[in-house]
Design a protein around this ligand. Structure first.
Ligand SMILES: Nc1ncnc2c1ncn2[C@@H]1O[C@H](COP(=O)(O)OP(=O)(O)OP(=O)(O)O)[C@@H](O)[C@H]1O
Length: 371
């Protein structure tokens, strides 16, 4: 069994933080109200991470990432905003402009100029690059090839699909060879298949260019697809942060559980499962349990072992299996039945085999929830 986060922790030693935010507060003061959009957030993104920031609309995600390039300044003095080791808050306007070129951004609505061709939209981002006209043309061709749009260079944005427009956005954002790409709801306007192809492109660019990506989204599916780390934001604050596998397999915050449920459906299935006759009429020695598996545990014939060793049978009422970062993560809703003592022993046996066991309902007093 691979310990949660084991692989990344080894990498972690070799990785250095590329973005360090400490004590970030942003308050917008309006005539009739104050909005505390970011509430004392500290986080660190390592070089090469695809770092997801997930939260519902208004949680403060956009405001927080705009702090990374100081498009939005923190509004309290204790803030630290370090990118590539440089404290941006102390830089002059000219130095800051220079550093900002190291951070590309893509957006939900692409922000392309409809009067310019695709090639010229990308070329526009190179106007202050110091490259000659010939070099710029060559670079534009490279970028369009990188995003799979070489054949569209003479087209105009209105001739492209949403996914193609976002590819232009990505090419433009990468024009000045940034180390960091911030994606602010970049797939939110796209259908699921196109979303997947854009996320695959981002994952590919992360590997090929060692590009660090900060991905803001309200879709846990997107995070699950490509992120190695995730932070959950609610009402301006970070309510949870960690490695994808860790957060998915052992979420702490209720909001995180809600987000995970949008992709596993385990909590919402529980409501249906609880109405089933077998669950309504649990007898002595019968329990409804949620079993959570990570890694190789999923491959072990645990359910079979329960019968062989304890004569406890398992009736699987709902199951989900996700592959996250190449590691299987499974969740099952199961009714176990056996001699009360044996059922209890079976639960302990599973816990000993690194299965997260939550007893949701029990048919007798001997097998108590979460003993
Ligand atoms: N310039 C501004 N002036 C006043 N209030 C603002 C400003 N920008 C954002 N807000 C408020 O700050 C809060 C956080 O907004 P923000 O856009 O950062 O959230 P979000 O999580 O990115 O949501 P969305 O995905 O809907 O953009 C919201 O209540 C928003 O109304």
């Amino acid at each position: 069994m691979k310990a949660i986060g084991e692989g990344k922790e080894i990498d972690f030693l070799a990785y250095e933080p590329i973005i360090e935010l400490k004590h970030i507060n942003v308050t917008f003061k309006e005539t009739d109200r104050e909005v505390h959009a970011v509430d004392n957030v500290s986080l660190s993104v390592d070089k090469g991470d695809i770092f997801g920031i997930v939260g519902y609309s208004g949680a403060g995600k956009s405001t927080l990432v705009r702090v990374i390039n100081l498009l939005q300044r923190p509004t309290t003095p204790e803030a630290v905003v370090k990118v590539n080791g440089n404290e941006l808050l102390t830089l002059s306007a000219r130095e800051l402009r220079e550093k900002r070129r190291n951070i590309g951004m893509i957006f939900q609505h692409f922000n392309l100029m409809n009067s310019l061709t695709i090639a010229d939209n990308v070329n526009f981002a190179l106007r202050k690059s110091g490259l000659s006209k010939v070099e710029r043309t060559k670079r534009v061709a490279e970028l369009l090839e990188l995003v799979g749009l070489s054949d569209k260079q003479h087209d105009y944005p209105t001739q492209l699909s949403g996914g193609q427009k976002q590819r232009v956005g990505i090419a433009r954002a990468l024009a000045n060879r940034p180390d960091i790409l911030i994606s602010d709801e970049a797939t939110s306007a796209l259908d699921p298949k196109t979303t997947e192809s854009i996320l695959d492109l981002l994952a590919d660019l992360n590997r090929k260019l060692n590009l660090t990506i900060v991905l803001i989204t309200h879709e846990m599916d997107a995070v699950k697809h490509i992120c190695n780390r995730v932070a959950v934001m609610d009402n301006g604050a970070l309510v949870e942060e960690g490695e994808l596998l860790q957060v998915f397999s052992q979420p702490r915050a209720e909001l995180t559980k809600d987000f995970i449920d949008t992709t596993t459906h385990i909590e919402s299935s529980l409501a249906v499962v609880e109405k089933q006759e077998i669950v309504q009429n649990l007898k002595a020695g019968e329990v409804l349990v949620k079993l959570g598996y990570v890694g190789e545990t999923t491959d072990q014939p645990l359910i079979t072992s329960l019968y062989d060793q304890f004569q406890v049978s398992a009736n699987i009422l709902f199951g989900s299996l996700e592959i996250l970062q190449g590691t299987p993560v499974g969740n099952l809703l199961v009714v176990l039945s056996g001699e009360p003592k044996k059922t209890q022993q079976a639960l302990v046996f599973m816990q000993d085999h690194e299965v997260a066991v939550t007893v949701l309902k029990s048919g007798d007093k001997e097998v108590k929830p979460n003993d």
